[in-house]
Design a protein around this ligand. Structure first.
Ligand SMILES: *Cc1c(COP(=O)(O)O)cnc(C)c1O
Length: 388
């Protein structure tokens, strides 16, 4: 039986008898661990994965976080990284060799795209981007040397969705490893491993920590796959989280359930309000019936969280600028998943010196709904839309 969510968030991994029955786990601020004797020394090196030798490998505070995040994703194990991007890179690199090929959903997270386009291409790894909503397109993109199918469902800007069970089944038939970036849904609203996906990656910077003060990532999967990553990419690239930050994230997790549900409910309220506003052309939210992939979203997601986008009904960038400058409660910033509501205008990716304009229409604004009173946020949007 699955562990109860409260048990995971409040108790799992916390062996309090090891530390004076302290309610909050100690920050084991150490780089290395002493051996009792030479027999213990040798025993530890039989499996660094399960021993305490050095904090680049195993740290007890980080281990508590590992156990909780693995359980949240219904995975056997997890590894924690110093950023979501490090988690993505480690998961992909561990499963690909020179001369092999990756099938990836089109327009993944920006640094994931750069990993494939600029980084892995230097090492002879090729890739094909596909419309992830079209299982036939994925099938057609598979080559003899395809080893990884990389998914992001929903995507964090336009919210494109893939049929997770169908993707997992197709990949298994071809001996392909499936990896999904599940940051959008959080482990509360979607557990890809239950659909047969091999590796689940999160930017823990978003909901898992949830307070906009730590950057981290996690990869969840079978013990076998985690152990493989541990002894190659994890230990060599060394993109680890410090015990101090792990303790902050354990604290953040205490309120994961109430934070994500609050964002989810407020985002629905605000998305409904915007959908009925004359200055808003459309709202992109995977769990609104107007969303093109609504039925698929509903079949595999239990909720949506706080992230959605709108298209303003405007014809110039200046009008978008006037709108975002009129907002008082929404902070203009990248990232999401913290306490604070955010607005990210695509127009910000236009007219950047030395860069091509974004292919995303300038009318698009991505909102993240945080933990404020949703009525306050609606009032703010209402007064800002009046400037148009
Ligand atoms: C933020 C983000 C990442 C990258 O994570 P970092 O923690 O910023 O390195 C990857 N994928 C998605 C969907 C994200 O939103």
């Amino acid at each position: 039986m699955d562990k109860h969510l409260s048990d995971i968030l409040f108790h799992l991994g916390e062996n309090r008898e090891n530390y004076f029955h302290a309610v909050s786990p100690p920050i084991i601020q150490t780089s290395n661990f002493a051996f009792k004797d030479i027999h213990h020394f040798r025993k530890s090196f039989e499996s660094e994965y399960d021993s305490h030798i050095y904090s680049r490998g195993n740290n007890p505070t980080v281990k508590i976080l590992r156990e909780k995040l693995a359980a949240l994703e219904k995975a056997e194990d997890a590894l924690i990284f110093s950023s979501g991007s490090a988690a993505v890179a480690n998961a992909v690199i561990a499963n690909i060799n020179a001369g092999e090929h990756i099938v990836c959903v089109e327009s993944p997270y920006s640094w994931t795209k750069i990993l494939l386009n600029n980084f892995l291409s230097r090492f002879g790894v090729s890739h094909t981007y596909v419309d992830g909503g079209n299982i036939q397109a994925i099938k057609d993109a598979i080559q003899e040397n395809t080893k990884v199918l990389y998914l992001e469902s929903p995507n964090s800007l336009m919210f494109g969705i893939q049929d997770l069970s169908a993707c997992a089944k197709l990949a298994k038939e071809h001996g392909i490893v499936t990896i999904i970036d599940n940051s959008y849904s959080s482990p509360l609203y979607q557990n890809p491993i239950e659909h047969g996906i091999d590796l689940v990656v999160h930017s823990g910077t978003k909901y898992l920590n949830g307070h906009s003060d730590v950057v981290l990532g996690v990869v969840c999967g079978s013990r076998k796959m985690m152990e493989k990553i541990f002894y190659s990419e994890y230990m060599t690239l060394g993109a680890i989280l410090s015990p101090h930050e792990a303790a902050l994230v354990i604290r953040g997790l205490r309120t994961l359930e109430i934070r994500v549900h609050r964002s989810n409910e407020s985002a629905f309220k605000i998305a409904h309000y915007l959908e009925n506003h004359s200055k808003v052309k459309s709202v992109l939210h995977p769990l609104l019936p107007s969303f093109p992939q609504y039925d698929l979203a509903k079949s595999q997601m239990k909720g949506a969280g706080g992230l959605f986008s709108i298209h303003l009904d405007v014809d110039t960038i200046e009008k978008v600028e006037a709108f975002v400058h009129a907002l008082k409660y929404f902070t203009m910033a990248v990232s999401w998943g913290g306490h604070e509501s955010l607005a990210l205008p695509a127009a910000g990716f236009y007219r950047i010196k030395g860069r091509e304009d974004s292919p995303v229409p300038f009318t698009l604004i991505r909102f993240y709904i945080g933990l404020e009173d949703p009525e306050c946020l609606i009032e703010d949007l209402d007064q800002a839309l009046k400037v148009l």
